[in-house]
Design a protein around this ligand. Sequence first.
Ligand SMILES: N[C@@H]1[C@@H](O)[C@H](O)[C@@H](COP(=O)(O)O)O[C@@H]1O
Length: 234
Amino acid sequence: MKIIKVTDEQAGGKAGFEIFKEALENGAKTFGLATGSTPLTTYAEITASDLDFSKATSINLDEYVNLSTDHDQSYHYFMNENLFSKKPFAQSFLPDGNASDLAATTKAYHEIIENHPIDLQILGIGQNGHIGFNEPGTSFTANTHVVDLTDSTIEANSRFFASRDDVPAQAISMGIAEILQSKQILVEAFGKNKAQAVKNMIEGPVTEDVPASVLQNHDNVIVIIDEAAASLLA
Ligand SMILES: N[C@@H]1[C@@H](O)[C@H](O)[C@@H](COP(=O)(O)O)O[C@@H]1O
């Protein structure tokens, strides 16, 4: 793993932007995208730039189950608001959390990923070490699947909803096997509440108890962290 330490989230956004720019210049066609607060500074740098994604494909990591795509906490809404409305891609895929047949939709999503190999995947990390919505205990061989969210993730994400009860209990997530197929992976983490997860990801044993630790097995991972998120590293 290549570790880039930055002073803060703003600097992290600029560093993340450079990775996207370089990938695009090197011919990347498919970008794996993430939601959450972490990639926002990178997306802001991208939208303010003249980078052109109009011939590129995007594939998002995850989406809640049973949340309308126009709900302001749906990941469809998030991506449109923070990136696609300002920086359109030729085509953008997100899991359909409102599909009547979730098994069929996860299978179809796997095929989309197979047909559009991801050149650069951006990831945030959950406080419990989850990536996408792959919670601790998820098999490293999993493809796109339906996830029961853990209490800690529901709690962490409840800050964005009117109440804890409004947070969906399930999500569809790209699987760890698919994430690992990306040619390059960029992980960003900012703030003290990510410090333990960052330490476990980089220095801990590779274990399904810490999904992000599997990234130690990938040969092209860049980690951008601020001082607070790096504070527990040896
Ligand atoms: N599914 C998302 C993840 O993709 C994200 O990385 C994580 C951290 O979110 P944040 O960046 O807001 O800290 O939370 C959510 O559960």
